[in-house]
Write a protein that binds this ligand. Structure first.
Ligand code: AMP
Length: 481
């Protein structure tokens, strides 16, 4: 196998996954982080999203996992549920052929289901501090075997007031661990955390200049609070994006802006912390697949969210903090593509605009609202696009999944089904070896097994007549979205 990740001591199963994810060369942050973690150093990563920082820890963490161990060995903490989900997907993809089991632990999702997943073999847990701490306190997450702790987006974690939970979690984990802290900014609070909890950390700082700089055009429009919704509409007509996130500062502002767009015939949806988690997850997944063009969101969608090809970001409200501006606008212009960020600066947003100009050294002037004739001219092509369904996108893991089929066996723990029974039967099928078997998940009355390397169909066929644990079982293919 030849890719440049092969310079590191990574197993073939990880290298194969990286190849299918199309990660050809390590990014700078990965070049410096991967060897440091593989050598079990504590590492501080100061880097912006878009630099490949998630994979920079996910790759070596997956490598260090001992597959035979059943209990959680690595814990990743993130400030938001959306980010937890995304990191867990990245880890899952990278660890797919090593059969790494990840479990997502965040609020708003059924506690019992998470507990059942934790009762299975689980290698890596990814979650938000509150729910992770609940699982630790209730004894459903055993931290005894955790050897790697990752604190992702540590600055945001502390901004959001999670310090107490994070401290409590750290205190339950062996001091003899590897600690990785990722943060876009460093301040006194983070320094204190580093001093208290990390040992001789290797510092990996990747400056913006050396990352693949996001190629973003920034525009700022003078706006009035009372007419901002109409301005929003005009900007979308002028820019006519293929895919767009509109950020507002509050849930109420998101509700009203999205409602306005929807009433005006836009293919739009909203995302904020006041919504049911199930809906939040579904909306994010649909947006990633490009099922709709306009997402109106609070900052829950700003941090780390990795959706390809978002052509336009609109700050419907100016963010209060500079970091927030950087994170919101960093959703566009990713992976070498050009992006655009338009901000509506009303009376209320003036102060933030001035601060931002000073701190980021921006030289842009405030633009006047577009004229009626400019907007009218752009209308025809806007109307054409808005009536068309956007082209659907493949998810990142699609290539990885092509040769994998998930099957369902109609028996589980209640009939004392164990992974070894399943592996035994599967390996007795002609042409099957243990390397063709992926993740096995056993619930009370059902079991799910991934069959790798395109052998799913022949396994299903063979299992129609073969016994598993002494009896024929109903075996069927699981069609996942
Ligand atoms: P992050 O900085 O973690 O938000 O990652 C930014 C994006 O880069 C994600 O879409 C990753 O899937 C992608 N990525 C990470 N590492 C690589 C790599 N070595 N080559 C190509 N793409 C990568």
């Amino acid at each position: 196998m030849s890719n440049n990740f092969s310079n590191y001591k990574l197993g073939d199963d990880i290298l194969r996954a990286l190849e299918l994810l199309n990660y050809k060369n390590p990014t700078e942050v990965q070049n410096r982080t991967i060897p440091a973690i593989l050598e079990k150093n504590d590492v501080i990563i100061k880097s912006q999203t878009g630099s490949g920082k998630t994979a920079s820890f996910a790759i070596p963490v997956c490598e260090l996992i001992d597959w035979t161990e059943n209990e959680v060995q690595a814990l990743v903490l993130t400030p938001t549920r959306e980010l937890a989900k995304q990191v867990s997907e990245d880890v899952f993809n990278i660890g797919r052929f090593k059969r790494i089991k990840t479990v997502e632990l965040f609020g708003g999702e059924a506690y019992g289901r998470q507990t059942r997943m934790l009762n299975q073999k689980s290698h890596i847990a990814v979650g938000t501090p509150g729910r992770v701490l609940d699982h630790i306190s209730n004894g459903t997450l055993n931290t005894k075997n955790i050897q790697i702790l990752v604190i992702d987006e540590a600055d945001e974690m502390l901004n959001m007031g999670f310090i107490e939970e994070v401290e409590k979690i750290i205190n339950t984990i062996s001091k003899n661990r590897v600690t990785i802290l990722v943060s876009a900014t460093m301040d006194a609070k983070i320094d204190a955390m580093i001093k208290k909890h990390m040992k001789n950390p290797v510092k990996v700082e990747v400056t913006e200049e050396s990352t693949e700089v996001n190629d973003i055009t920034y525009l700022f429009y003078k706006a009035k609070e009372s007419t901002k919704l109409n301005l929003l509409k005009d900007i979308t007509i002028l820019e006519n994006p293929d895919s767009c996130i509109i950020f507002a500062n509050t849930k109420a502002a998101v509700d009203s802006a999205e409602n306005f767009l929807f009433q005006n015939g836009y293919n739009s949806k909203k995302l904020h912390g006041g919504m049911e988690q199930r809906d939040r997850t579904e909306i994010m997944e649909k947006f990633k697949r490009n099922e709709f063009r306009y997402l109106v969101a609070t900052d829950v969608a700003a941090r780390g969210i990795d959706v390809d090809d978002i052509s336009l970001i609109i700050n419907f409200d100016m963010p209060k903090k500079q970091e927030s501006f950087v994170h919101r606008t960093g959703r566009t212009g990713r992976n070498g593509k050009r992006g655009k960020a338009v901000s509506l600066v009303s009376e209320i947003g003036q102060y933030s605009f001035q601060l931002l100009k000073e701190s980021l050294g921006l030289t842009q002037k405030l633009l006047d609202e577009p004229t009626r004739s400019e907007v009218e001219k752009a209308k025809a092509s806007f109307m054409k696009k808005i009536q068309m369904k956007p082209e659907l996108k493949e998810s990142k893991g699609t290539k990885l999944s092509e040769d994998i089929m998930k099957i369902h066996i109609n028996a589980g723990k209640k009939t004392k089904m164990r992974a070894v029974d399943i592996v035994g039967t599967l390996c007795s099928i002609e042409g099957m070896t243990a390397t063709d078997i992926g993740i096995i998940t056993i619930f009370d009355i059902s079991t799910f097994v991934e069959i790798l390397n395109g052998k799913g169909n022949s396994v299903i066929k063979a299992l129609q007549t073969k016994n598993i644990k002494g009896r024929p079982r109903v075996v069927s293919r699981v069609d996942e979205e």
